[in-house]
Design a protein around this ligand. Structure first.
Ligand code: GLA
Length: 399
């Protein structure tokens, strides 16, 4: 018999004098063919609430980063990204923090993998390609980290399951990079299913897949091309402000673990205990959480008009209460408001740049894009990049 289990082969030969011979082979993968595809993520609604125990409604894009891994006989590993035309060398015995951020995503991933699996990793070559725009609020960093971890996993037969990849990738971003983000991006990148959104409860990571039926409408991303770097931005400050709001709420007699667990009426009762900006952050969080829950109902009832209205309210909250928008994003959203063919629009992701997400009739895309691109570039001296996206699959590999 020839039995295979996790890339190991057992050959059990005929019984002779009551003894079976068992031969064991470890399958040496032809790792030159390990290819990983790691998507970006979009988020229909539920912004900045994944670190507040909120409900979010993301999905994977059909845009992705592709990694091609092969073994190397050298005493170091080498990664080349054709996307940015940069390469870097990695020595396993020197995995310290670097000056260059994208290299830190790789080094940080290796450190966290080695904490989880105490093994000797093989040196490798890795080619990074793909069509996922960088630094645009579509989660290119989490996609890079998750895809890289999956590749190292496959190359070294580490048998990491999705939960382990999730916890490793979270550790890299939270501890090594220092972005105190929630779980939405990595969860989506790892678990997404084609044509589905994920209704994710970030209190316990329970998830419901929601078939996205948008009929004649499409999801159009408008990339401002204003680069943001979340770890340098106000992102962590918002996380702290939410923690401050939570503390004030609990000090006033409530006993909640997450900001989304207080309702808007109760919050208003204790408004006078909070500085204005802290109240505004908390108000936004509770309202956005309700909007996400309602959006799922609208999606299930195919009521796209009401869904679109909630997207606009989400943007207004992110701009006025949470203060993570910017002129470019506001301009792009405001441009859509007069058109019946666009049901909703909002900034997407961490903010301060990146993309808007628009729910737009398929026949109106071309004329809207050409109109808005022209006025946008004359206004901001930046080029606008439109991306029509559908919902793609999560992290995957082929050998
Ligand atoms: C970034 C973070 C996510 C989430 C979004 C905002 O993408 O990585 O965890 O907080 O911003 O919704």
């Amino acid at each position: 018999y020839l039995i295979s289990w996790k890339n190991n082969f057992f050959l059990i030969t005929e019984k002779r004098q009551d003894i079976y011979s068992v031969f064991f082979f470890k399958l040496k993968m032809d790792s030159s063919k390990i290819i990983i595809k790691s998507p970006g993520r979009i988020n229909l609604i539920g912004e900045h609430i994944d670190y507040n125990g909120g409900y979010v409604l993301p999905g994977a894009t059909d845009l992705f980063i592709q990694f091609t891994f092969s073994n190397s006989k050298k005493n170091y590993s080498e990664v080349y990204s054709s996307v940015i035309d940069k390469k870097c060398k990695i020595y396993f015995d020197n995995l310290s923090k670097r000056e260059i951020q994208w290299e830190n995503y790789l080094v940080g991933s290796l450190i966290s993998i080695l904490k989880k699996r105490k093994v000797k990793l093989e040196n490798f070559n890795c080619l990074i390609e793909g069509n996922l725009p960088l630094g645009s609020g579509i989660s290119s960093s989490s996609s890079l980290i998750c895809g890289f971890i999956k590749g190292i996993d496959q190359l070294n037969n580490l048998s990491l399951n999705n939960e382990e990849i999730l916890s490793i990738s979270r550790e890299v971003e939270y501890d090594f990079i220092g972005l105190k983000g929630g779980i939405m991006d990595q969860f989506t990148i790892i678990n997404s299913k084609k044509n589905n959104l994920i209704f994710l409860n970030t209190i316990d990571n329970s998830a419901e897949f929601i078939k996205s039926d948008l009929g004649d409408y499409k999801l159009l991303l408008l990339n401002t091309n204003k680069k943001h770097n979340l770890s340098d931005s106000e992102y962590n400050k918002r996380v702290e402000e939410c923690q401050e709001a939570l503390k004030i709420i609990n000090d006033s007699g409530y006993n909640i673990k997450f900001l989304t667990q207080i309702d808007v009426e109760d919050l208003r009762k204790i408004q006078n205990l909070m500085p204005d900006n802290i109240f505004n952050r908390a108000l936004y969080v509770t309202q956005e959480n309700n909007r996400t829950i309602q959006s799922v109902e609208h999606l299930k009832n195919l009521d796209l008009k009401s869904l679109g209205n909630l997207m606009y309210s989400s943007h207004d909250g992110l701009r006025d209460l949470y203060e993570v928008s910017c002129d470019e994003l506001d301009y792009l959203v405001d441009k859509t408001r007069i058109y019946d063919q666009i049901l909703g629009a909002r900034m997407m992701g961490g903010g301060f740049g990146g993309c808007t997400i628009n729910l737009i009739h398929k026949d109106f895309i071309d004329s809207f894009v050409s109109d808005v691109s022209e006025s946008y570039s004359s206004m901001f001296s930046l080029e606008l990049s439109p991306i029509i996206t559908s919902l793609g699959e999560g992290l995957r590999y082929k050998v």
